[in-house]
Design a protein around this ligand. Structure first.
Ligand code: NAI
Length: 269
């Protein structure tokens, strides 16, 4: 196959779907995977069935390997971008969230990414200038209270990117990630929040932040998809959408105790 290809997890919705649509519009061959079969079927319709789709739970390594093998037959064993994007969010203080939800978050957001890298790495090695790209989060800038496990997985993703960017250089391949801020996707309706172990409605931050103009403003999923494209053309390790999200990373690096104390003070209000 002469077309460039991208393999996306969590492609049935939000950022993954926006990325699938954009890359397809640019002529790329899209491998779209998700646990949501109905969402994938809708996406396939939107792409005129000019794509590969497969129901895939990223936590299942055996299934991941099998789906990647099916995809690779269609791309002559090439993969220009592996986009490990699937993620779930669980909100609530760590001691108030059911432990199985904590582990599920780690399984999807971190183990799922490791599964993806392991399943796709041979294809990346065989493809000149390939990119291993992952969705981190602004929740990784400073470990996020009320999303401790989620934030931890997203910090881990950034560490993985850094290590892989060096390891993959042995094969002429690259690694990068994106830290989105508040993105208008179904994650905010589908995420779970717990208070003292009880389910509570989640605060719909994209709705609440619509009038903000700072780093916490509401941004579209397609803006994050643009960063995947920019990363493929560029050389940066960490991308931020909107770009001001990087400022919190910098503030943390300069004075983590100050940031901690500000957050403790806010919590007491
Ligand atoms: P979304 O909920 O619209 O899309 C996530 C997709 O992942 C869904 O289609 C869902 O079915 C799929 N998924 C969930 N568990 C899965 C599993 N085990 N295996 C395969 N697919 C699975 O949410 P969104 O916002 O597009 O999320 C994409 C990524 O962006 C996630 O990693 C999320 O943590 C991250 N992110 C989102 C932000 C936001 O404000 N929406 C901000 C920062 C990061």
């Amino acid at each position: 196959m002469t077309r460039q290809s991208i393999f996306i997890t969590g492609a049935a919705s939000g950022i993954g779907k926006a990325t699938a649509l954009q890359f397809h519009a640019r002529g790329w061959f899209v491998g779209a995977t998700d646990v949501d079969a109905q969402g994938l079927s809708k996406l396939a319709d939107e792409l005129n069935h000019d794509c590969f789709t497969a129901e895939l739970d990223v936590t299942d390594k055996t299934a991941f390997d099998a789906v990647m093998a099916d995809f690779s037959v269609l791309t002559d064993h090439r993969l220009n971008i592996l986009f490990n994007n699937a993620g779930i969010a669980v909100f609530g203080f760590l001691d108030e969230v059911p432990f199985e939800k904590v582990i599920a978050t780690v399984n999807v957001n971190l183990i799922g990414v490791l599964n993806g890298i392991h399943a796709g790495i041979e294809l990346l090695k065989q493809t000149p200038n390939a990119l291993c790209f992952t969705t981190s989060s602004s929740a990784a800038s400073f470990g996020t209270p009320g999303m401790a496990a989620y934030g931890a997985t997203k910090v881990a993703v950034k560490g993985l990117t850094e290590a892989m960017s060096v390891e993959l250089a042995r094969f002429g391949a690259r690694a990068a990630d994106v830290s989105p801020g508040i993105i208008d996707t179904p994650l905010w309706q589908n995420g779970e929040r717990f208070v003292r172990g009880e389910h509570r409605p989640i605060r719909n931050l994209p709705e609440l932040n619509r009038d903000r103009t700072d780093a916490g403003r509401t941004v579209s999923a397609s803006a994050v998809a643009e960063s995947v494209w920019a990363a493929y053309q560029g050389d940066r390790l960490h991308w931020y959408v909107p770009p001001e999200v990087v400022e919190r990373d910098r503030a943390k690096a300069l004075d983590p105790e100050r940031l901690r104390d500000e957050l403790i003070a806010q919590q007491k209000k």
